[in-house]
Write a protein that binds this ligand. Structure first.
Ligand SMILES: [Zn+2]
Length: 419
């Protein structure tokens, strides 16, 4: 069995791992590297492609497979959300008037070739999926072939959030010949989640006291629903005062619909509610002009580089009573949000905006931290461990921590490893 890494090596984005055997060749994830100048061309000659979850850095290149039509394997939630994200990608490209060779029918081809099941048999190969705890429908992939077996984590998270159970690592197959794991936070140990949530609500309370606006840039899929639910519940329980709360994102609204119809992906307490993502205190808006200030606004894009979040950042950043709360752990180096936080100044259209609002990053991430990554390796006991989906510094710190337990690889792009 040969593993070849096509992306997500010493970086975050463009995840794609080829698994080549005598009988068939598959890809684990088929992602896109967002904001890269020259688009990478991934190989297309796969018999099947397993998609770990619906984030575009794991699924965003699927439209390049409409001619070859390989079988696509992934959960139903991953399929539904991926379809929506691909359609959104086509819409954005069309709006930007970029030459884009894909249309809505291509998305339909991908949907038709998608098997949404937890196990599949291919020539000489068995594939089994396990819940990964990262976002709704996220899976780890176990591949058995030629008497060997490998486990690919995709993005995963061991601790539970308000709406999703963490990955139960005790249930994963043990002693794989290779573990391919994400290493986003390989060098980082996070504060306890309850403390971070306390900190988050404290920031909300203090901004409400001075009647300020609160901008929370969030991804449309999962993080938006998780955030709306968190705030809605806190208001219901009197943990934070009542205040106007809005979500702005048609995409997030559509995904919220799936969440209400597919409750089985979520925690027991969520499943028991009739429409768990129908909020009492959170209202959906279509545009920023509908906001009645002061308010808490949960909106896209998550990195604040476009859409309502960029617009509101530009509007509110110069007001010292307002707050911006970033809950993502990763920020692209050149985004306005990064400049607002680091340099307290950023450019918007032709203007330079001095930041007077509070800009704070409180990481409520869905990724395993270093402690959880080490736990995984200790429990699963892999012969080889291949670190992907992490910048080199993070992967190296993790490598030092686990090198006594397993043989560690931090491959470069296009490198092959024989198992
Ligand atoms: Zn992800």
């Amino acid at each position: 069995m040969k593993i070849k890494l096509h992306g997500g090596t010493q970086e975050i984005g463009g995840s794609c791992i080829e698994v080549d055997t005598e009988y068939c060749k598959i890809a684990l994830d088929y992602g896109i590297k967002i904001d890269e100048e020259i688009k990478r061309q991934l190989p297309t000659d796969f018999d099947a492609v397993v998609i770990s979850h619906a984030h575009l850095d794991h699924s965003g290149s699927l439209l390049n497979l409409t001619k070859q039509k390989p079988t696509i394997i992934g959960s139903k939630m991953t399929r539904e959300v991926t379809m929506d994200l691909l359609l959104d990608m086509i819409k954005i490209q069309t709006l930007k008037k970029k030459i884009y060779s894909h249309d809505y029918q291509d998305v339909e081809i991908i949907r038709r070739n998608w098997w949404s099941r937890n196990s599949a048999a291919l020539p000489g190969m068995a594939i089994n999926l396990y819940s990964a705890g990262h976002v709704a429908g996220a899976k780890m992939t176990h591949v058995q072939s030629e008497g060997k077996h490998i486990l690919y984590t995709g993005d995963f998270c061991v601790h539970s959030s308000e709406i999703l159970d963490g990955c139960d690592i005790t249930k994963l197959p043990k002693k794989p010949d290779a573990l391919i794991t994400e290493s986003t936070y390989g060098g980082k140990i996070r504060e306890d989640r309850t403390k971070l949530v306390d900190k988050f609500f404290e920031k909300i309370r203090s901004t409400i006291e001075r009647k300020g606006n609160i901008l929370i840039p969030t991804f449309a899929f999962h993080r938006s629903q998780e955030m709306a639910k968190r705030i809605d519940q806190a208001m219901k329980k009197g943990r934070i005062p009542r205040y106007k709360v809005y979500t702005i994102s048609p995409l997030a609204k559509r995904i919220t619909g799936y969440f209400n119809e597919n409750k089985d992906y979520f925690r027991k307490e969520i499943k028991q509610q009739e429409k768990p993502f129908k909020y009492k205190h959170v209202k959906h808006l279509f545009r920023t002009t509908q906001i009645r200030e002061p308010a808490i606004v949960i909106c896209t894009s998550g990195f604040g580089h476009a859409g309502a979040s960029l617009h509101l950042l530009a509007e509110w950043a110069s007001n010292q009573n307002d707050s911006v709360i970033i809950t993502s752990g990763y920020l692209p180096p050149n985004s306005p949000l990064t400049h607002a936080k680091e340099d307290r100044v950023f450019n918007y259209k032709e203007n330079t905006i001095d930041v007077k609002a509070e800009v704070e990053q409180i990481e409520l991430s869905g990724h395993a931290d270093q402690k959880e990554l080490i736990q995984l390796v200790e429990l699963v006991k892999p012969k080889k461990t291949i670190l992907v989906h992490g910048n080199l510094d993070q992967a190296q710190i993790l490598s030092d921590k686990i090198s006594k337990l397993t043989e560690v690889f931090i491959p470069e792009r296009n490198e092959s490893i024989t198992i």
